[in-house]
Design a protein around this ligand. Structure first.
Ligand SMILES: [Zn+2]
Length: 902
């Protein structure tokens, strides 16, 4: 959209615009705010320094522009890499003063002022300030807070003509109406979530990570609201129905980390280490509060202390603060001083499983690790966003390792990362860890399981290649060198190379710059009862020939002992000489330590001894490997594997492993079993799960199996059993269920009932928390027995305003597209695909993929497959990153065509 709000010809000062909003008239808060935030003394000193600098720059400019006329950077939507590079080369010392005035009514506009001060080197071309709103949102633009100047609004930018720019310090203030989308406005709270490029949708700024700036924030909010931001609160005053908050100047931040929240929150403060930490939340369940609050602070304290030790750098920001937000889009977001978390991940009740406790500690450690990785040292451009994520995960894992011991940690690492990474890397839409990014507006599409899960695996392989001590030295040097600045992955590799004898550049090429995984084969020959030779070889699952250097273990399993052979592969083919002469094993377990990455051979003989393996890690690695082989059409057919896994559920006592097994069971059951076979299998599967639940003794294991039972049941007997549990709130012996569990149960009852039922209404009446009530109301039409009602619900999702709670939408979609409903919901598939581009433009970063996963997660028919294929054929010029997301999300559907012999 090219909306031009011009204002006078160049060369005179005539302004056609709205004078009513000039600085002196827009209220005393601005005046007071500016007084509070500008330190006159400091300013003077700055000005003197700047004066000298100006003289210098002026002379420089003359030289620069005499020699090379820089080609003007074109004005285009988003933030192009070209614009970012140009601005980085000419703009420095950026400071923002930002003021937001939040009205009493959610539907009224939030108005604001964004005052940018910065040094500028080049005044030969117009200045582009990012603001993704139409011209009506820009009220006026003033120089030094006073003089109104003409401006143009074009392609998501406010354009200032060169004649209003100075070489040296500039001071430009914009009065604006804020965009609402990324302020997440609710009736009684809001929160700013700007990652990766949403700051520019809310207020005028230079929205790129390598123009770090300080932020002075002022908020005027309804008087009962509390507020939390990057800086400490400096001043609070009453103003009739409102309160005015002024915050201290923030540390230097990129725009995507500038944030605040305000609303009717409860505030808790505790001292952790030697600092005050503040926590805002909206939880109403007093049991959850008393069970969780101390642990939440403690987890922050543990994580901070671990990271200070590991990095050798004290906590790098002025304060610790965090907020629990109901139905937050992500698990957490790492704004310094105002980390945002999904409330349900922090507040656990007494029914919570060990996994949930570990996940909570992990998400807190992850966001805390970001203070050093991402917040203190930031990527130069969002193509390296994976770096901050991999380090956050890597460090969170180290905290977890310390808390739970190496063995549990290795198991958790395997389960957290490998299945998720394979889930993308085995598909035709696989992307490399490091991707090209031409425009920040596409940054959201970089996020995904490769960044979050393959990258940590790669980093652990790198650490083992370099040795832990060398790796840590390299990382410390990198953090010190780039503290409060920006750095690229090649800059880190250059530092790490100093501490490694291996060639990290070739290593980097295959692991980081290219997608995909290796497939390993083996050859074994026996001489009598002894191994004559054992060799492994690797080839890419897809694409050009290449080698993944890596370490993994092979274990020879005998009746009464094991022999483990460490393998360090850096070639296509390797003879394992150490194996020659060893006794013939019962079976060979590949990747028995879980470190190796790729598709490993599954020795079918493993099945016989699988559940006798003593090590939970070995069993988990074997479970994963068997599943990957089934998907590849090797070793196991789905029905065989389903049977094998079901044998294990009463024997497997490890909670994480049991969760993995039941996940695979439900997945094979719904996605890789034909409906007619499923009906035949279902009594056996129900029975096996119920029996195992009774046989297992640990409460969490029972609960996991009860959950799987609820997921698969189809028989009339099971229906009445589950209904009784829900109705009487009397769970099977040894299992504790909380409100959220009963809500989930009510949803599954509604899904599986073929007679109209009022369970959801009744469940809603049982729930007291207003947000959880509203969520149920939202989900109800998606579970309606009435097809027209479900259709109407699906159609309503085309309207953005019905998609604001993205977590609710994806839950609703997974019910709408459940295998039991696919007969009537397959017609939603084309429209679901059509909407993806819009979701990417309007939703949060994970939304396109979570939408696609919720829609396509359990389809298996040829008809569904053809809808996807036709869509891709009919859109040859489709955004390649979104195309990849579609291929990733529909990989099971694609494989089902082969595996089920369609
Ligand atoms: Zn993160």
């Amino acid at each position: 959209m090219n909306t031009i709000k011009l204002l006078g010809k160049s060369g005179n000062n005539t302004v056609v615009g709205d004078y009513r909003h000039n600085g002196s008239k827009s209220g005393d808060f601005e005046q007071r705010f500016v007084l509070l935030t500008f330190n006159p003394k400091l300013k003077t000193t700055n000005h003197m320094k700047l004066y000298k600098l100006i003289l210098f720059l002026l002379s420089l400019n003359v030289v620069v522009h005499a020699q090379q006329r820089v080609k003007p950077v074109p004005v285009e939507t988003g933030v192009s890499y070209g614009l970012a590079q140009y601005r980085h080369s000419v703009i420095s010392n950026v400071e923002y003063i930002v003021l937001f005035k939040v009205p009493l009514k959610r539907t009224d506009d939030i108005t604001g002022v964004s005052r940018l001060t910065f040094n500028l080197k080049d005044v030969s071309q117009p200045l582009q300030i990012d603001f993704k709103q139409n011209a009506e949102h820009v009220k006026d633009v003033r120089l030094s807070g006073e003089e109104m100047i003409p401006f143009e609004v074009k392609d998501e930018h406010i354009i200032i003509a060169p004649k209003y720019l100075k070489a040296g310090p500039n001071d430009i203030a914009v009065d604006f109406i804020a965009g609402n989308g990324s302020l997440n406005r609710n009736d009684d709270y809001l929160y700013a979530l700007f990652v990766p490029d949403r700051a520019r949708t809310v207020f005028p700024c230079f929205d790129q990570p390598d123009l770090k700036a300080t932020f002075k924030l002022g908020l005027r909010v309804p008087k009962e609201w509390k507020a939390l931001a990057n800086g400490r609160i400096k001043d609070v005053t009453d103003d009739g129905d409102f309160k005015r908050y002024v915050f201290n100047t923030s540390d230097k931040l990129p725009t995507y980390l500038f944030s605040f929240t305000a609303g009717t929150y409860a505030s808790v403060t505790q001292v952790i280490g030697n600092r005050n930490a503040e926590f805002l939340h909206r939880e109403t369940d007093s049991a959850k509060i008393s069970l969780s609050v101390d642990s939440i602070f403690k987890a922050h304290e543990d994580a901070i202390s671990f990271l200070e030790n590991w990095t050798g750098i004290p906590f790098p920001f002025q304060k610790v603060g965090f907020v629990a937000i109901p139905d937050f889009q992500f698990g957490g977001m790492e704004h310094p001083g105002e980390v945002q978390y999904k409330a349900s991940g922090l507040f656990l009740d007494e029914g919570a499983t060990k996994d949930q406790f570990i996940a909570r500690s992990n998400v807190i450690s992850h966001e805390t690790a970001h203070m050093w990785f991402g917040d203190m040292v930031t990527m130069e451009w969002f193509n390296d966003v994976w770096m901050k994520e991999v380090f956050a995960n890597f460090m969170a894992d180290k905290v977890t390792e310390k808390l739970m011991g190496a063995e549990t940690f290795n198991l958790k690492f395997l389960q957290d990362h490998y299945p998720a990474a394979y889930g993308v890397d085995r598909t035709m839409g696989a992307n490399p860890i490091r991707q090209q990014l031409d425009n920040l507006q596409d940054a959201g599409s970089l996020y995904g399981n490769i960044i979050y899960h393959k990258a940590p695996i790669m980093m652990r392989q790198l650490e083992s290649l370099m040795g832990k001590a060398n790796f840590q030295k390299g990382i410390r040097e990198y953090l010190k060198k780039y503290a409060y600045g920006n750095a690229t992955w090649p800059q880190l590799i250059a530092i790490l190379s100093k501490y490694s004898t291996a060639n990290l550049y070739t290593w980097n090429k295959v692991w980081v710059s290219q997608p995909g995984r290796p497939v390993f084969d083996y050859k074994v020959s026996y001489r009598g009862n002894k191994i004559g030779s054992l060799s492994v070889s690797q080839h890419p699952e897809m694409g050009a020939p290449r080698i993944w250097p890596q370490v993994f273990n092979i274990t020879l399993v005998y009746a009464d002992h094991q022999k483990t052979i460490p393998v360090d592969v850096n070639a296509r083919h390797m003879e394992l000489k150490v194996a020659v002469g060893l006794a013939k094993p019962l079976f060979i377990l590949f990747n028995s330590g879980g470190m190796g990455y790729g598709l490993f051979p599954a020795d079918k003989a493993v099945a016989a001894g699988l559940f006798n393996l003593q090590s939970p890690l070995q069993r988990a690695s074997a479970y994963i490997n068997a599943y990957e082989n089934m998907l590849a059409g090797l070793a196991f057919k789905p029905a065989e594997l389903l049977k094998l896994y079901l044998q294990g559920i009463s024997i497997e006592k490890n909670e994480m492993n049991l969760r993995l097994l039941t996940g695979y069971i439900t997945n094979i059951y719904w996605t890789f079993t034909l409906p007619k076979d499923r009906l035949m299998l279902s009594p056996m599967v129900e029975q096996a799960l119920w029996t195992a639940m009774e046989q297992q003794t640990a409460a969490n294991n029972k609960k996991i199996l009860f959950g799987a039972y609820q997921n698969v049941y189809l028989s009339a007997e099971a229906k009445s059993r589950i209904y009784q549990v829900w109705l009487t709130q009397n769970p099977p012996a040894g299992i504790k269920l909380a409100e959220d569990d009963y809500t989930g149960m009510a949803l599954s009852i509604a899904l599986k009932s073929d007679t109209p039922t009022s369970v959801l209404k009744q469940q809603q009446a049982r729930v007291s928390n207003p947000e959880r009530k509203t969520r149920l109301a939202f989900l109800m039409p998606a579970l309606s027995l009435n097809v027209q009602e479900r259709d109407a619900f699906f159609n309503s999702l085309a309207d953005r305003k019905n998609r604001t709670k993205e977590a609710w939408v994806t839950t609703a979609l997974s019910y709408l597209n459940h295998p039991l409903r696919q007969g009537t919901s397959i017609k939603y598939l084309p429209k679901s695909l059509d909407l993806v581009e819009e979701l990417q433009r309007t939703g949060d970063v994970f939304f396109p993929q979570s939408w696609l996963a919720a829609v396509f997660g359990s389809y298996q028919t040829k008809e569904a497959y053809e809808i996807v294929r036709d869509f891709l054929e009919q859109h040859p010029d489709y955004n390649p990153k979104l195309r990849d997301k579609i291929l990733q999300a529909t990989d099971n559907l694609y494989r089902a065509q082969g595996v089920l012999g369609r």
